[in-house]
Ligand binder design. Structure first.
Ligand code: GDP
Length: 465
Protein backbone atom coordinates (compact mmCIF):
# COMPACT_ATOMS: atom_id res chain seq x y z
CA UNK A 1 0.00 0.00 0.00
CA UNK A 2 1.18 3.46 -0.81
CA UNK A 3 1.15 5.82 2.10
CA UNK A 4 2.55 9.01 0.74
CA UNK A 5 0.04 11.40 -0.70
CA UNK A 6 1.10 12.30 -4.19
CA UNK A 7 0.75 15.79 -5.55
CA UNK A 8 -1.82 16.13 -8.25
CA UNK A 9 -3.41 19.13 -9.90
CA UNK A 10 -6.63 20.47 -8.47
CA UNK A 11 -9.81 18.98 -9.90
CA UNK A 12 -13.40 20.14 -9.72
CA UNK A 13 -16.79 18.66 -10.53
CA UNK A 14 -20.44 18.82 -9.61
CA UNK A 15 -20.91 15.92 -7.21
CA UNK A 16 -24.67 15.82 -6.93
CA UNK A 17 -26.76 14.07 -9.61
CA UNK A 18 -28.13 16.15 -12.47
CA UNK A 19 -31.70 17.33 -12.09
CA UNK A 20 -33.64 19.38 -9.60
CA UNK A 21 -32.77 19.33 -5.91
CA UNK A 22 -32.70 21.70 -2.97
CA UNK A 23 -28.92 21.93 -3.05
CA UNK A 24 -26.08 20.97 -5.35
CA UNK A 25 -22.51 20.36 -4.32
CA UNK A 26 -19.50 21.45 -6.32
CA UNK A 27 -16.38 19.68 -5.14
CA UNK A 28 -12.73 20.65 -5.41
CA UNK A 29 -9.77 18.45 -4.53
CA UNK A 30 -6.03 19.09 -4.72
CA UNK A 31 -3.28 21.27 -3.31
CA UNK A 32 -4.84 24.46 -4.67
CA UNK A 33 -8.40 23.61 -3.65
CA UNK A 34 -8.70 26.09 -0.80
CA UNK A 35 -6.87 28.84 -2.65
CA UNK A 36 -9.07 28.52 -5.72
CA UNK A 37 -12.27 28.41 -3.66
CA UNK A 38 -11.13 31.47 -1.80
CA UNK A 39 -10.66 33.36 -5.06
CA UNK A 40 -14.35 33.07 -5.83
CA UNK A 41 -15.59 33.46 -2.29
CA UNK A 42 -17.03 36.68 -1.11
CA UNK A 43 -16.56 36.05 2.52
CA UNK A 44 -17.06 38.60 5.22
CA UNK A 45 -14.77 37.72 8.08
CA UNK A 46 -11.87 35.49 7.22
CA UNK A 47 -10.13 34.16 4.15
CA UNK A 48 -10.95 30.49 3.56
CA UNK A 49 -7.21 29.91 3.61
CA UNK A 50 -7.14 30.84 7.29
CA UNK A 51 -10.11 28.91 8.62
CA UNK A 52 -9.59 25.72 10.66
CA UNK A 53 -9.93 22.41 8.86
CA UNK A 54 -13.26 20.60 8.73
CA UNK A 55 -15.33 23.71 9.22
CA UNK A 56 -18.19 25.10 7.21
CA UNK A 57 -18.66 28.76 6.29
CA UNK A 58 -21.51 30.84 5.07
CA UNK A 59 -20.71 33.14 2.18
CA UNK A 60 -21.31 34.13 -1.40
CA UNK A 61 -19.78 33.14 -4.68
CA UNK A 62 -18.52 36.08 -6.67
CA UNK A 63 -16.98 36.25 -10.13
CA UNK A 64 -13.58 37.85 -9.45
CA UNK A 65 -13.58 39.48 -12.89
CA UNK A 66 -17.07 40.89 -13.24
CA UNK A 67 -17.63 41.13 -9.47
CA UNK A 68 -21.08 39.68 -10.01
CA UNK A 69 -22.44 37.71 -7.06
CA UNK A 70 -23.70 34.33 -8.26
CA UNK A 71 -25.14 32.53 -5.28
CA UNK A 72 -25.39 32.29 -1.53
CA UNK A 73 -23.47 29.20 -0.47
CA UNK A 74 -21.78 27.21 2.28
CA UNK A 75 -18.09 26.41 1.89
CA UNK A 76 -16.93 23.23 3.63
CA UNK A 77 -13.16 23.34 4.02
CA UNK A 78 -11.38 20.06 4.71
CA UNK A 79 -7.63 19.93 4.83
CA UNK A 80 -5.56 16.86 3.95
CA UNK A 81 -5.04 14.16 5.00
CA UNK A 82 -8.34 13.40 6.74
CA UNK A 83 -10.47 13.70 3.64
CA UNK A 84 -11.98 11.37 1.09
CA UNK A 85 -9.11 11.87 -1.36
CA UNK A 86 -6.48 12.58 1.32
CA UNK A 87 -6.00 15.93 -0.41
CA UNK A 88 -7.38 19.33 0.50
CA UNK A 89 -11.07 19.37 -0.35
CA UNK A 90 -13.57 22.19 -0.56
CA UNK A 91 -17.22 21.43 -1.07
CA UNK A 92 -19.42 24.28 -2.11
CA UNK A 93 -23.07 23.75 -1.20
CA UNK A 94 -25.00 25.94 -3.57
CA UNK A 95 -28.62 26.21 -4.59
CA UNK A 96 -30.05 23.28 -6.54
CA UNK A 97 -30.44 23.05 -10.25
CA UNK A 98 -27.77 22.73 -12.85
CA UNK A 99 -27.48 26.36 -13.84
CA UNK A 100 -26.00 27.71 -10.63
CA UNK A 101 -23.79 24.70 -10.04
CA UNK A 102 -22.50 24.92 -13.58
CA UNK A 103 -21.73 28.61 -13.29
CA UNK A 104 -19.76 27.99 -10.11
CA UNK A 105 -17.91 25.11 -11.75
CA UNK A 106 -17.02 27.33 -14.72
CA UNK A 107 -15.66 29.98 -12.35
CA UNK A 108 -13.48 27.40 -10.60
CA UNK A 109 -12.13 26.17 -13.92
CA UNK A 110 -11.27 29.73 -14.90
CA UNK A 111 -9.34 30.10 -11.62
CA UNK A 112 -7.14 27.15 -12.52
CA UNK A 113 -8.96 23.98 -11.49
CA UNK A 114 -9.32 21.19 -14.03
CA UNK A 115 -12.61 19.42 -14.73
CA UNK A 116 -12.44 16.01 -13.02
CA UNK A 117 -12.81 12.87 -15.05
CA UNK A 118 -15.52 10.41 -14.02
CA UNK A 119 -14.39 8.62 -10.86
CA UNK A 120 -11.31 10.77 -10.45
CA UNK A 121 -12.00 11.69 -6.81
CA UNK A 122 -12.25 8.03 -5.89
CA UNK A 123 -9.23 7.24 -8.04
CA UNK A 124 -7.22 9.71 -6.00
CA UNK A 125 -8.45 8.13 -2.79
CA UNK A 126 -7.07 4.88 -4.14
CA UNK A 127 -3.81 6.33 -5.47
CA UNK A 128 -3.22 8.13 -2.18
CA UNK A 129 -3.63 4.89 -0.27
CA UNK A 130 -6.91 5.84 1.36
CA UNK A 131 -8.54 2.62 0.17
CA UNK A 132 -7.68 -0.41 -1.89
CA UNK A 133 -9.13 -1.19 -5.27
CA UNK A 134 -11.95 -3.44 -4.10
CA UNK A 135 -13.00 -0.72 -1.67
CA UNK A 136 -12.95 1.88 -4.41
CA UNK A 137 -15.17 -0.39 -6.45
CA UNK A 138 -17.50 -0.60 -3.47
CA UNK A 139 -17.96 3.16 -3.64
CA UNK A 140 -19.29 2.71 -7.14
CA UNK A 141 -21.54 -0.13 -5.99
CA UNK A 142 -22.93 2.02 -3.20
CA UNK A 143 -23.88 4.69 -5.69
CA UNK A 144 -25.69 2.10 -7.75
CA UNK A 145 -27.09 -0.03 -4.92
CA UNK A 146 -30.65 -1.08 -5.61
CA UNK A 147 -31.76 -2.62 -2.34
CA UNK A 148 -30.74 -2.55 1.30
CA UNK A 149 -29.08 -5.89 0.76
CA UNK A 150 -26.90 -4.63 -2.06
CA UNK A 151 -26.11 -1.58 0.02
CA UNK A 152 -24.96 -3.85 2.85
CA UNK A 153 -22.90 -5.84 0.44
CA UNK A 154 -21.13 -2.76 -0.83
CA UNK A 155 -20.66 -1.40 2.68
CA UNK A 156 -19.07 -4.68 3.75
CA UNK A 157 -16.67 -4.38 0.89
CA UNK A 158 -15.99 -0.74 1.65
CA UNK A 159 -15.29 -1.84 5.17
CA UNK A 160 -12.53 -4.01 3.73
CA UNK A 161 -14.04 -7.42 4.48
CA UNK A 162 -13.23 -8.81 1.07
CA UNK A 163 -9.78 -7.22 1.09
CA UNK A 164 -9.10 -8.81 4.44
CA UNK A 165 -10.04 -12.27 3.17
CA UNK A 166 -7.93 -11.85 0.06
CA UNK A 167 -4.94 -10.70 2.11
CA UNK A 168 -5.23 -13.81 4.28
CA UNK A 169 -5.19 -16.03 1.21
CA UNK A 170 -2.17 -14.23 -0.20
CA UNK A 171 -0.41 -14.61 3.12
CA UNK A 172 -0.99 -18.37 3.06
CA UNK A 173 0.48 -18.62 -0.42
CA UNK A 174 3.41 -16.43 0.53
CA UNK A 175 4.20 -18.59 3.53
CA UNK A 176 4.23 -21.70 1.38
CA UNK A 177 6.48 -20.03 -1.18
CA UNK A 178 8.85 -18.84 1.54
CA UNK A 179 9.04 -22.30 3.02
CA UNK A 180 9.84 -23.76 -0.37
CA UNK A 181 12.69 -21.28 -0.77
CA UNK A 182 14.07 -22.19 2.64
CA UNK A 183 13.88 -25.89 1.86
CA UNK A 184 15.71 -25.41 -1.42
CA UNK A 185 18.39 -23.19 0.06
CA UNK A 186 18.99 -25.15 3.25
CA UNK A 187 18.01 -28.72 2.62
CA UNK A 188 17.77 -30.49 5.96
CA UNK A 189 16.50 -33.71 4.60
CA UNK A 190 17.50 -35.92 1.73
CA UNK A 191 13.99 -35.98 0.39
CA UNK A 192 13.73 -32.22 0.13
CA UNK A 193 12.01 -32.35 -3.27
CA UNK A 194 9.25 -34.47 -1.83
CA UNK A 195 8.83 -32.35 1.29
CA UNK A 196 8.57 -29.22 -0.80
CA UNK A 197 5.99 -30.78 -3.06
CA UNK A 198 3.88 -31.74 -0.09
CA UNK A 199 3.97 -28.21 1.28
CA UNK A 200 2.96 -26.75 -2.07
CA UNK A 201 0.17 -29.15 -2.82
CA UNK A 202 -1.33 -28.89 0.66
CA UNK A 203 -1.32 -25.13 0.63
CA UNK A 204 -2.70 -25.03 -2.90
CA UNK A 205 -5.57 -27.31 -1.83
CA UNK A 206 -6.29 -25.24 1.25
CA UNK A 207 -6.37 -21.94 -0.62
CA UNK A 208 -8.35 -23.50 -3.45
CA UNK A 209 -11.05 -24.47 -0.96
CA UNK A 210 -11.30 -20.93 0.35
CA UNK A 211 -11.45 -19.58 -3.17
CA UNK A 212 -14.18 -22.06 -4.08
CA UNK A 213 -16.15 -21.00 -1.03
CA UNK A 214 -15.96 -17.36 -2.07
CA UNK A 215 -16.90 -18.20 -5.62
CA UNK A 216 -19.99 -20.01 -4.36
CA UNK A 217 -21.32 -16.72 -3.06
CA UNK A 218 -20.81 -15.02 -6.39
CA UNK A 219 -24.16 -15.99 -7.91
CA UNK A 220 -26.07 -14.35 -5.08
CA UNK A 221 -23.64 -11.49 -4.96
CA UNK A 222 -24.02 -10.75 -8.62
CA UNK A 223 -27.81 -10.82 -8.32
CA UNK A 224 -27.67 -8.40 -5.41
CA UNK A 225 -25.48 -6.14 -7.41
CA UNK A 226 -27.04 -6.28 -10.82
CA UNK A 227 -30.54 -7.47 -10.13
CA UNK A 228 -32.13 -10.71 -11.22
CA UNK A 229 -33.56 -10.29 -14.70
CA UNK A 230 -37.12 -11.39 -14.48
CA UNK A 231 -39.73 -11.68 -17.20
CA UNK A 232 -43.45 -11.74 -16.52
CA UNK A 233 -44.91 -13.84 -19.31
CA UNK A 234 -48.44 -14.86 -20.21
CA UNK A 235 -51.10 -14.41 -22.83
CA UNK A 236 -53.17 -11.22 -22.88
CA UNK A 237 -55.49 -10.64 -19.91
CA UNK A 238 -54.03 -13.22 -17.54
CA UNK A 239 -52.99 -10.42 -15.20
CA UNK A 240 -49.40 -9.54 -16.15
CA UNK A 241 -49.70 -5.82 -15.78
CA UNK A 242 -51.78 -6.24 -12.62
CA UNK A 243 -48.96 -8.27 -11.08
CA UNK A 244 -46.35 -5.84 -12.34
CA UNK A 245 -48.19 -2.90 -10.82
CA UNK A 246 -48.71 -4.79 -7.61
CA UNK A 247 -44.97 -5.42 -7.35
CA UNK A 248 -44.16 -1.86 -8.31
CA UNK A 249 -46.31 -0.25 -5.63
CA UNK A 250 -45.41 0.32 -1.97
CA UNK A 251 -42.35 2.31 -2.91
CA UNK A 252 -40.67 -0.81 -4.06
CA UNK A 253 -40.01 0.46 -7.53
CA UNK A 254 -36.57 1.71 -8.30
CA UNK A 255 -36.18 3.24 -11.70
CA UNK A 256 -32.66 3.49 -12.95
CA UNK A 257 -31.20 4.97 -16.04
CA UNK A 258 -28.38 2.92 -17.42
CA UNK A 259 -25.23 4.96 -17.66
CA UNK A 260 -23.86 5.37 -21.12
CA UNK A 261 -27.08 4.66 -22.97
CA UNK A 262 -29.77 6.89 -24.33
CA UNK A 263 -31.97 8.66 -21.89
CA UNK A 264 -35.07 6.72 -22.73
CA UNK A 265 -33.64 3.35 -21.76
CA UNK A 266 -35.19 2.89 -18.37
CA UNK A 267 -34.87 -0.26 -16.36
CA UNK A 268 -37.42 -1.07 -13.74
CA UNK A 269 -36.39 -2.74 -10.54
CA UNK A 270 -38.49 -4.06 -7.72
CA UNK A 271 -37.20 -5.08 -4.36
CA UNK A 272 -38.71 -8.41 -3.37
CA UNK A 273 -37.59 -9.22 0.17
CA UNK A 274 -34.12 -7.96 -0.53
CA UNK A 275 -33.80 -9.52 -3.95
CA UNK A 276 -33.65 -6.85 -6.64
CA UNK A 277 -35.64 -8.00 -9.63
CA UNK A 278 -34.75 -6.33 -12.87
CA UNK A 279 -37.91 -6.50 -14.90
CA UNK A 280 -37.45 -7.41 -18.53
CA UNK A 281 -39.59 -5.87 -21.24
CA UNK A 282 -42.09 -4.10 -19.05
CA UNK A 283 -43.00 -1.96 -22.05
CA UNK A 284 -44.25 -5.12 -23.75
CA UNK A 285 -46.48 -5.86 -20.80
CA UNK A 286 -48.00 -2.42 -20.76
CA UNK A 287 -49.08 -2.25 -24.39
CA UNK A 288 -51.57 -5.08 -23.98
CA UNK A 289 -54.48 -3.51 -25.77
CA UNK A 290 -54.48 -4.70 -29.33
CA UNK A 291 -51.55 -6.99 -29.29
CA UNK A 292 -52.48 -9.99 -31.36
CA UNK A 293 -51.50 -13.28 -29.81
CA UNK A 294 -48.87 -13.84 -32.46
CA UNK A 295 -46.94 -10.72 -31.55
CA UNK A 296 -47.34 -11.65 -27.90
CA UNK A 297 -45.47 -14.89 -28.39
CA UNK A 298 -42.75 -13.32 -30.54
CA UNK A 299 -42.18 -10.66 -27.98
CA UNK A 300 -42.11 -13.14 -25.11
CA UNK A 301 -39.55 -15.21 -26.95
CA UNK A 302 -36.91 -12.50 -26.59
CA UNK A 303 -37.86 -11.73 -23.00
CA UNK A 304 -37.54 -15.43 -22.16
CA UNK A 305 -34.03 -15.54 -23.61
CA UNK A 306 -32.95 -12.47 -21.64
CA UNK A 307 -34.39 -13.53 -18.30
CA UNK A 308 -32.83 -15.46 -15.41
CA UNK A 309 -36.22 -15.98 -13.83
CA UNK A 310 -39.59 -16.32 -15.50
CA UNK A 311 -42.93 -15.70 -13.86
CA UNK A 312 -45.32 -17.48 -16.18
CA UNK A 313 -48.92 -16.50 -15.52
CA UNK A 314 -51.90 -18.65 -16.47
CA UNK A 315 -55.51 -17.76 -15.90
CA UNK A 316 -56.90 -20.63 -13.83
CA UNK A 317 -60.47 -19.46 -14.42
CA UNK A 318 -60.16 -20.42 -18.09
CA UNK A 319 -59.10 -23.56 -19.93
CA UNK A 320 -55.53 -23.75 -21.22
CA UNK A 321 -55.23 -22.15 -24.66
CA UNK A 322 -52.78 -22.85 -27.46
CA UNK A 323 -50.79 -19.80 -26.49
CA UNK A 324 -50.55 -20.97 -22.87
CA UNK A 325 -49.21 -24.28 -24.09
CA UNK A 326 -46.77 -22.57 -26.40
CA UNK A 327 -45.43 -20.40 -23.59
CA UNK A 328 -45.21 -23.39 -21.24
CA UNK A 329 -43.13 -25.19 -23.86
CA UNK A 330 -40.97 -22.15 -24.62
CA UNK A 331 -40.06 -21.66 -20.96
CA UNK A 332 -39.40 -25.33 -20.26
CA UNK A 333 -35.99 -25.87 -18.71
CA UNK A 334 -35.70 -22.20 -17.75
CA UNK A 335 -35.85 -21.14 -14.17
CA UNK A 336 -39.54 -20.41 -13.78
CA UNK A 337 -42.39 -20.06 -11.32
CA UNK A 338 -45.83 -20.88 -12.72
CA UNK A 339 -48.59 -18.69 -11.36
CA UNK A 340 -52.24 -19.74 -11.56
CA UNK A 341 -53.91 -16.36 -11.33
CA UNK A 342 -57.49 -15.39 -10.56
CA UNK A 343 -58.11 -18.03 -7.86
CA UNK A 344 -60.90 -15.76 -6.65
CA UNK A 345 -62.86 -17.03 -9.68
CA UNK A 346 -64.09 -20.59 -10.23
CA UNK A 347 -61.48 -22.93 -11.60
CA UNK A 348 -61.65 -24.07 -15.23
CA UNK A 349 -58.02 -24.92 -15.86
CA UNK A 350 -57.50 -28.67 -16.31
CA UNK A 351 -55.02 -29.96 -13.73
CA UNK A 352 -54.14 -33.07 -15.74
CA UNK A 353 -53.45 -31.20 -18.94
CA UNK A 354 -51.27 -28.65 -17.16
CA UNK A 355 -49.21 -31.39 -15.50
CA UNK A 356 -48.03 -32.57 -18.90
CA UNK A 357 -46.20 -29.28 -19.30
CA UNK A 358 -44.69 -29.05 -15.86
CA UNK A 359 -41.40 -30.18 -14.42
CA UNK A 360 -40.22 -29.65 -10.86
CA UNK A 361 -40.97 -25.96 -10.64
CA UNK A 362 -43.01 -24.13 -8.07
CA UNK A 363 -46.68 -23.73 -9.03
CA UNK A 364 -48.56 -21.15 -7.01
CA UNK A 365 -52.24 -20.27 -7.00
CA UNK A 366 -52.59 -16.50 -6.70
CA UNK A 367 -55.05 -13.72 -7.09
CA UNK A 368 -53.57 -10.33 -7.76
CA UNK A 369 -56.95 -8.69 -7.25
CA UNK A 370 -57.46 -10.10 -3.76
CA UNK A 371 -53.72 -10.22 -2.89
CA UNK A 372 -53.90 -13.96 -2.34
CA UNK A 373 -50.71 -15.97 -2.67
CA UNK A 374 -48.49 -12.95 -3.24
CA UNK A 375 -46.65 -13.58 0.02
CA UNK A 376 -45.93 -17.12 -1.08
CA UNK A 377 -44.71 -15.79 -4.42
CA UNK A 378 -42.34 -13.35 -2.74
CA UNK A 379 -41.08 -16.08 -0.46
CA UNK A 380 -40.57 -18.40 -3.44
CA UNK A 381 -38.51 -15.74 -5.21
CA UNK A 382 -36.45 -15.16 -2.11
CA UNK A 383 -35.93 -18.88 -1.44
CA UNK A 384 -34.58 -19.55 -4.87
CA UNK A 385 -31.79 -17.10 -4.33
CA UNK A 386 -30.90 -17.22 -0.70
CA UNK A 387 -31.60 -20.79 0.19
CA UNK A 388 -29.74 -22.15 3.21
CA UNK A 389 -27.54 -19.50 4.74
CA UNK A 390 -29.85 -16.73 3.62
CA UNK A 391 -28.42 -13.28 3.58
CA UNK A 392 -26.18 -13.75 6.60
CA UNK A 393 -25.37 -10.29 7.78
CA UNK A 394 -21.66 -10.92 7.85
CA UNK A 395 -21.47 -12.88 4.65
CA UNK A 396 -18.95 -11.62 2.19
CA UNK A 397 -20.61 -11.97 -1.15
CA UNK A 398 -18.54 -11.75 -4.23
CA UNK A 399 -20.44 -9.56 -6.59
CA UNK A 400 -18.08 -7.87 -8.94
CA UNK A 401 -17.39 -9.58 -12.28
CA UNK A 402 -13.78 -8.46 -12.20
CA UNK A 403 -13.27 -10.11 -8.82
CA UNK A 404 -15.11 -13.25 -9.90
CA UNK A 405 -12.97 -13.55 -13.03
CA UNK A 406 -9.75 -13.13 -11.07
CA UNK A 407 -10.76 -15.70 -8.47
CA UNK A 408 -11.66 -18.18 -11.19
CA UNK A 409 -8.22 -17.67 -12.69
CA UNK A 410 -6.64 -18.09 -9.26
CA UNK A 411 -8.53 -21.32 -8.91
CA UNK A 412 -7.11 -22.55 -12.22
CA UNK A 413 -3.56 -21.55 -11.28
CA UNK A 414 -3.89 -23.49 -8.01
CA UNK A 415 -5.22 -26.49 -9.92
CA UNK A 416 -2.10 -26.33 -12.07
CA UNK A 417 0.01 -26.42 -8.93
CA UNK A 418 -1.84 -29.53 -7.76
CA UNK A 419 -1.67 -31.21 -11.19
CA UNK A 420 1.99 -30.27 -11.57
CA UNK A 421 2.94 -31.90 -8.29
CA UNK A 422 0.89 -34.98 -9.08
CA UNK A 423 2.66 -35.28 -12.42
CA UNK A 424 5.98 -34.87 -10.58
CA UNK A 425 6.98 -31.71 -12.40
CA UNK A 426 10.07 -29.85 -11.14
CA UNK A 427 9.27 -27.69 -8.12
CA UNK A 428 10.54 -24.46 -9.68
CA UNK A 429 7.96 -24.82 -12.46
CA UNK A 430 5.17 -25.43 -9.98
CA UNK A 431 6.34 -22.43 -8.01
CA UNK A 432 5.59 -20.24 -11.03
CA UNK A 433 1.91 -21.19 -10.90
CA UNK A 434 1.80 -20.63 -7.16
CA UNK A 435 3.29 -17.17 -7.62
CA UNK A 436 0.75 -16.45 -10.33
CA UNK A 437 -2.07 -17.31 -7.93
CA UNK A 438 -0.56 -14.80 -5.50
CA UNK A 439 -0.38 -12.12 -8.21
CA UNK A 440 -3.96 -12.72 -9.35
CA UNK A 441 -5.28 -12.29 -5.82
CA UNK A 442 -3.25 -9.11 -5.59
CA UNK A 443 -5.07 -7.71 -8.59
CA UNK A 444 -8.36 -7.85 -6.70
CA UNK A 445 -7.15 -5.43 -4.08
CA UNK A 446 -5.05 -3.46 -6.52
CA UNK A 447 -1.63 -4.52 -5.30
CA UNK A 448 -0.49 -5.63 -8.71
CA UNK A 449 -2.60 -3.88 -11.30
CA UNK A 450 -1.49 -1.92 -14.28
CA UNK A 451 -2.23 1.77 -14.77
CA UNK A 452 -4.37 1.04 -17.78
CA UNK A 453 -6.77 -1.12 -15.81
CA UNK A 454 -7.00 1.49 -13.08
CA UNK A 455 -7.87 4.18 -15.58
CA UNK A 456 -10.50 2.00 -17.18
CA UNK A 457 -12.02 0.97 -13.85
CA UNK A 458 -12.38 4.47 -12.52
CA UNK A 459 -13.78 5.80 -15.76
CA UNK A 460 -16.91 3.74 -15.08
CA UNK A 461 -17.80 6.00 -12.17
CA UNK A 462 -20.11 8.92 -12.48
CA UNK A 463 -18.79 12.40 -12.80
CA UNK A 464 -18.06 14.03 -9.48
CA UNK A 465 -17.34 10.84 -7.53
P1 GDP B 1 -52.41 -8.60 -18.90
O1 GDP B 1 -53.02 -8.39 -20.25
O2 GDP B 1 -51.86 -9.98 -18.77
O3 GDP B 1 -51.44 -7.56 -18.49
O4 GDP B 1 -53.64 -8.57 -17.87
P2 GDP B 1 -54.13 -7.39 -16.92
O5 GDP B 1 -53.27 -7.26 -15.76
O6 GDP B 1 -54.38 -6.20 -17.75
O7 GDP B 1 -55.48 -8.01 -16.40
C1 GDP B 1 -56.55 -8.33 -17.27
C2 GDP B 1 -57.86 -8.28 -16.50
O8 GDP B 1 -57.84 -9.29 -15.48
C3 GDP B 1 -58.05 -6.97 -15.77
O9 GDP B 1 -59.39 -6.61 -15.90
C4 GDP B 1 -57.70 -7.29 -14.33
O10 GDP B 1 -58.41 -6.48 -13.42
C5 GDP B 1 -58.13 -8.73 -14.23
N1 GDP B 1 -57.41 -9.45 -13.20
C6 GDP B 1 -56.08 -9.44 -12.94
N2 GDP B 1 -55.80 -10.24 -11.89
C7 GDP B 1 -56.97 -10.75 -11.45
C8 GDP B 1 -57.35 -11.62 -10.39
O11 GDP B 1 -56.54 -12.11 -9.61
N3 GDP B 1 -58.66 -11.93 -10.27
C9 GDP B 1 -59.61 -11.43 -11.10
N4 GDP B 1 -60.87 -11.77 -10.90
N5 GDP B 1 -59.30 -10.59 -12.09
C10 GDP B 1 -58.01 -10.25 -12.29
Amino acid sequence: MMNITKEFDTIAAISTPPGEGAISIVRLSGTEAVKIANQISHYQKKSLEEVPTHTIHYGHVKDPETKAVLDEVMFAVMRAPKTFTREDIVEINCHGGMVVANQILQLLLRQGARLAEPGEFTKRAFLNGRMDLSQAEAVMDLIQAKTDESMKLALNQLDGKLSHLIRELRQKILEALAQVEVNIDYPEYDDVEEMTSIILVNKAREVQQDVAHLLQTSRQGKILREGLSTAIIGRPNVGKSSLLNYLLQEDKAIVTEIAGTTRDVIEEYVNVRGVPLKLVDTAGIRETDDVVEKIGVERSRQAIVDADLILLILNQSEALTEMDKELLTLTKGKHRIVLLNKVDLPRKLEEGLLKEYLEEETVLPISVISSQGIDALEQAIKNTFFNQETSGKDATYLSNSRHIGLLEETNRALQEVIDGIEQEMPVDLVQIDMTRAWDLLGEIIGDSVQDELITQLFSQFCLGK
